[in-house]
Design a protein around this ligand. Sequence first.
Ligand code: MG
Length: 370
Amino acid sequence: MKKLAILGCTGSIGTQTIDIVRHNRDKYEVVALSCRSSAERLIELAKEFDCKTLGIYDETKVREVRAALPNVKVFGGDDALTAVLDGCDTAVVAVVGMIGLKAVLAALDMKKTVALANKESLVAGGKLVTEKGGIVCPVDSEHSAVWQCLRGEKKFKRIILTASGGPFYFTPSNELESVTPERAVAHPNWSMGRKISVDSATMMNKGLELIEARWLFGTTDIDYVIHPESVVHSMVEFEDGSIKAQAGFPDMRQPIQYALTYPDHAPREYTPLALPLSLGFLPPDEEKFRAPALAKQAIKTGGLAGTVLNAANEAAVRLFLERKIHFTDIVDIVEDTLGKTELSGGDTAEEIYSVHNRIYGLIYSKYRGN
Ligand code: MG
């Protein structure tokens, strides 16, 4: 039995992870569950899986959870990301945002395997995470695809991520400014949380994934191509010109399960790809969607560039969801912030958190009164 701690258990990836566990009760034991603030849902899940360790980041909810489950250990605040990991073998880190870095660093320090669905921890703190040297299994579909393509390979030339293009790839540039949060969170191919849906709409999601790939696979030779059907999840090119691609019906449960069953492709119920099928691969439009180019620049710059890009984006997405700024302002703010911030440094977790908080705070307070 693999002992799992699922952080972010009420979110989109967390819920799908739990679904996989539900179908494989003989293989997995849920020893810890943690979420941001959904006390009621957390209590329900704890009962379903007879889970004895819980975390709820919102400390005002700790008492409610303790009252409902007096025989369970309940942690609040940062402990909901770190102390809950004590009894697990594998930590599924599916929390959203920069707080994921705390969980990932703690898990690696405790020699746990990390099934990583949190992008921000690698984008903001990839160097620190990599230096820890533990086992990080990517959950994101693109990185799982690369990981699957690299099985049994010693060397490769280049990584090519695929990008659906998001819901506005074919929308004329002059209509983007008026995009509402409701339209931005409705993705055509994937069902996802709000933050990542907005990131997908601005294509910052692909930018974050380029930076993630840089750290996961130790290369800066990473490109991307627009592939609207989301059937090929990414590709790897080798020295002899051969390209391996990993494909399948777009369903996050495949990469989530593979992160848990690696190195095996374990059986599961799935929707087969209906073949024959025609697929398109289109060039990116980096004038309309500048986010991936900003991320590529951040990879070249190194230092704190990823941390600053991520912090500015997190703040800007929140402001957009709160209707304080336009859709097109998100990437403008990220670009502007990268241009006027000192980007060298970033060697310690403390420095990364402090730069993140400073940049996030600066941007959020500048526009919150809009
Ligand atoms: Mg992805």
